[in-house]
Design a protein around this ligand. Sequence first.
Ligand code: ASP
Length: 466
Amino acid sequence: MALHWKILIGLAAGVVVGLAVNVLWTAETWSSLGVEDAAAFLSEEAGLRGASLAEGGANADAGFIAHAALFVRHATEFVGDLFMRGLRFIAVPIVLFSLIVGVSSLKDLSKLGRIGGKTIAIYLVTTAVAISVGLVLANVIGPGAGFPEELREQLAGEQAEAAAASIGNAENRPSPWNVALDVVPGNPFAALAETEMLQVVFAAVVIGIGLTLIPREKAAPVIAFFDAMTDVIIMIVHGVLAIAPYAVFALIVVVLADLGIDVLGSLVKYVVTVVLGLVLMIFVIYPLVLRLFTRVRYLEFFKAISPAQLLAFSSSSSGATLPVTMECCEERLGASEEITSFVVPIGATINMDGTALYQGVAAVFIAQMYALDLTIGQQLQIVLTATLASIGTAAVPGVGIVMLVIVLQSVGLPLEGIAVILGVDRILDMCRTTCNVTGDCMVCAVVASGEGALRVGERQSDVATS
Ligand code: ASP
């Protein structure tokens, strides 16, 4: 069976088990059934105090079920975390090794500048398009219009603490000057150790250029070393992909087990607006761009990149998904190694179309909820701020909300609005990360095609699926 089907089955099974655990591991479920011991056990467990369950009586069965649900929750969290560590393990080496080899194989260094310029320009344009789609949809649908004030206050109260933490994080952000300065690592080894992806890209490019400039016989063994190391890491990526279906199952169980499903109901119009925008980006706008600039066919594209999309959805991190995104672009979509290892890591760091779109919707939603008007000028300001903010933010779960703080500040919208939407942020994070990763793959295909480095129709698409 092809890999993406296996991952999809893992995802579907994760949804079923996750929802069951969600119901069974909350103290409210048990107390509503009149079962006190299991409820007490779970509320103490939630407080991380470690509880012992009362013995005997009618509560024993309920206690056993609660225990089992909690065990599944912890065991799946363990498996999911283990897998995420595996992905992080390979992220830095694969970018470093493959990009050094890629750059050192370039005959003409001016090509590098052209690819870099094109890549960044396309990333910025698609991000601006994504926010505009978000803004238009939110203006047309009006998800926040007439939002009940009590509900707003109640939701804001529940998440006040988490919202304050995100706002605090946004205040610690470096200035745009420092963001630009930070591309150059003061110490390349520190960049590797800290997974500073743009710095790793910079170091690899510089080393690769150096290798093209020194005598061939000196460069050859170094390039051969990095080439072999790239193959080693690719073997590990294949191993990680083989366990991806189980890991996706585990990641989804944890997300759903912890999700407050009732919040989803009260914010349904907002959630639907964001998801609709993301669906438009992923299934209409990206394929249109692909059609214009490449020979990649619609289904072919999605078949090639679906493992990366599914993993992005389950992990909410385009950074952690990076090795799989690269594998999909290179082995399954057919982009060359030098283009993939340059375009995709930069994309994972600076290209966040899904996140940008969500910020557009969230800003308008918050304005509507507080009955404030956003002028066209303010909306253009949002496009600009969100595009620039997307460059300097890490590709990890939940950063979108931190960037939203900056966007709201830029047009003077109330930051309290963040607390209202925080309850559904995780589920939207999953969806927008999928869009972020799809965008990276699309741009990789477009840049590769422009450079004549896309092997459409002769991909080794079965390498990763076998
Ligand atoms: N989780 C997203 C990503 O890694 C960023 C965000 O929107 O929070 O791409």
